[in-house]
Design a protein around this ligand. Structure first.
Ligand code: NAD
Length: 298
């Protein structure tokens, strides 16, 4: 459902793996393009004669100001709901679009139930399986994923999707709450964005003092624990401490300021850590208070 970059890569990947695939897209020009490539493409989803099927929602989720614009996504989901209503089979709806945590069990579930007259988990199955492909190598990335994430409240749905996706390989991570899978995808992109912004901010400093950042960044990429150790720094509620990290983040901020380079990301790093330190301190004090001698524990 939605046969753009992700929908086409997904559909063609399943076709190559031997499945029957129908590509649905609201755009007639897109449908014609896909038909010209010999694919079964249609402007409307019709499940009236379909056997138990897996429907991947690969609908667009662009930005509107500082939020996701879910207009097209909601319209496409509603169309799936209407198609479910006219089908005797039990289908599995899989959210593959990038959405904020809670969307699958919130908006998607609600819209599907409203338009199908069926209940999730009984009349249809619901799951999240975010896509990690890169637009430049979409087909190749779909066929050779390095990570596959599946989430559903229903273990059988997780198992069936794992079986469906297993021929493509890659590490499999499963969750029982779709919000976890949605969070993984959002954090995945935000982490990449933060890393890119970090090095761009460093590049501005290097430019200001006439240094070539490339060999410096390439060295740090191999020296920093945060870069070479996947476990480093990923525990929530654990701000950095010790001597070096607090000292060198603040010191470099002052240095950059002195040479006229603003570093909003580094400033945010320090502020975020300070805030977390205060939160953790309050929690530790609260625990100490609760467990102080003479105080009865609840
Ligand atoms: N492009 C990427 O590299 C990439 C990678 C991972 C995840 N994603 C996510 O996947 C989702 C899809 O992205 P994309 O790049 O494939 O978008 P896209 O714009 O290439 O394709 C979306 C398609 O959906 C169609 N569409 C819109 N409304 C519809 C409706 N109501 N019914 C049926 N079809 C409809 C459009 O005509 C279009 O062809 C987004 O959530 C995106 O964030 C994209």
């Amino acid at each position: 459902m939605g046969s753009g970059v992700v929908g086409t890569a997904t559909g063609e990947g399943f076709l190559a793996a031997g499945h029957d695939v129908t590509f649905i897209d609201i755009s007639m020009s897109r449908v014609r393009e896909l038909r010209d490539r010999g694919l079964d493409a249609r402007p409307q989803l019709d499940l009236s004669a379909a056997p138990d099927s897996v429907i991947f929602l690969t609908l667009p989720t662009p930005n509107k100001s500082w939020t996701y614009d879910l207009t097209a996504f909601t319209a496409g989901t509603a169309a799936v709901g209407r198609a479910l209503a006219g089908s005797p089979a039990t289908h599995t709806v899989v959210v593959r679009s990038t959405v904020s945590p809670g969307t699958t069990e919130g908006l998607v579930r609600h819209v599907l139930e409203q338009h199908s007259g069926r209940t999730a988990g009984i009349g249809f199955r619901l799951a999240s399986n975010p896509e990690f492909l890169r637009a430049v190598s979409a087909a190749e990335d779909f066929r050779n994923p390095w990570m596959t994430v599946i989430a559903s409240r229903d273990q059988r749905t997780v198992d069936d999707l794992a079986k469906l996706l297993s021929p493509f390989g890659g590490e499999l991570r499963t969750f029982s709450d779709p919000a976890e899978a949605e969070f993984v995808k959002c954090a995945h992109n935000i982490f990449n964005a933060a890393k890119i912004s970090f090095w761009n901010e460093m590049w501005l400093v290097a430019q200001a003092i006439g240094l070539n950042l490339d060999p410096i960044a390439a060295t740090v990429a191999k020296s920093a624990e945060g870069s070479i150790n996947p476990q480093y720094g990923i525990r929530g509620g654990a701000p950095y401490g010790g001597v070096c990290l607090p000292k060198d983040t603040r010191g470099f901020l002052g240095y950059a300021s002195a040479i006229g380079v603003d570093m909003p990301l580094l400033r945010a790093v320090v502020e975020t850590n300070d805030r977390l330190e205060a939160v953790v301190k309050r929690e530790v004090e609260a625990v100490a208070e609760r467990t102080a001698p003479g105080v009865e524990l609840a």
